[in-house]
Write a protein that binds this ligand. Structure first.
Ligand code: 5GP
Length: 175
C-alpha cells in the first residue's frame, strides 16, 4: 500500500467542528463571504460551511503563484476569479495547505486591494518546516510535519482528492 493514513476521517471531522465553533463566535451577528481556493480546498470548504450558523455567501477561486520564490517577485496567476464585489464584506479565504506560503501571500494581497471590511484565512493544513513567506493563519485545522500528503482534497498527479482522510503518499511503493 502506497498510502499511510495520517489524519483519520473522524479526527478531521471533529477538528472542523471545533474550528467552525470558533468562527461562529468570531462572526456572530455578521455576514460572512467565503472564498474557497480550488481545487484542493473543495472538501474542507464543503465540510466547514455545514457547521456555520451566520448568513454565508460562498464562491470559489483558482489561483497559483509563480516567480523566483521571493515575495516581491511573486506573481499571482488567477485561473478562475470570483464574480462578486467583496468591498466592505467580511471575507474568509479557505485554503487546503500553506506550504511555502507564497500562494497565500500573493492571493491575500490581491484580495486586500479589493477593499474588504476584513480578510481572514482558514487553512486545513500548515507545514511550518517549509514556510518561506510568513502567512498569518486565523483558523488552522492541523499543523503537520514535512510530508507530502494526499486526500481530503489534496492530489498527487490529479488523483486521490476524493479520499475522506489525509494520507502520506509513497510513490515508490505504488504498484
Ligand atoms: P505554497 O505556495 O504555500 O508553497 O503552495 C501551496 C500549494 O502547494 C497548495 O495549495 C497545494 O496545492 C500544494 N501543496 C503543498 N504541499 C502539498 C502536499 O503535501 N500535498 C499536496 N497534494 N499538495 C501540496
Amino acid at each position: 500500500m502506497a498510502i499511510d493514513i495520517y489524519l483519520s476521517e473522524e479526527k478531521i471531522q471533529n477538528r472542523i467542528q471545533e474550528l467552525a465553533e470558533k468562527i461562529n463566535k468570531d462572526y456572530a451577528g455578521k455576514e460572512l463571504h467565503i472564498i474557497g481556493v480550488l481545487n484542493g480546498a473543495f472538501m474542507f470548504t464543503a465540510d466547514l460551511v455545514r457547521h456555520l450558523n451566520m448568513p454565508v455567501t460562498l464562491e470559489f477561486m483558482s489561483a497559483s503563484s509563480y516567480g523566483d520564490g521571493t515575495v516581491s517577485s511573486g506573481e499571482l496567476k488567477i485561473n478562475l476569479d470570483i464574480k462578486s464585489d467583496i468591498r466592505d464584506k467580511h471575507v474568509l479565504i479557505v485554503e487546503d495547505i500553506v506550504d511555502t506560503g507564497l500562494t497565500l501571500t500573493v492571493l491575500r494581497k490581491n484580495l486586500m486591494e479589493r477593499g474588504p471590511a476584513s480578510l481572514k484565512l482558514a487553512s486545513f493544513l500548515f507545514k511550518p518546516a517549509r514556510l518561506e513567506h510568513k502567512v498569518e493563519i486565523d483558523y488552522l485545522a492541523f499543523e503537520i510535519e514535512d510530508h507530502f500528503v494526499i486526500g481530503y482534497g489534496l492530489d498527487y498527479a490529479g488523483r486521490y482528492r476524493e479520499l475522506p482522510y489525509v494520507g502520506i503518499f509513497h510513490p515508490e511503493k505504488e504498484s
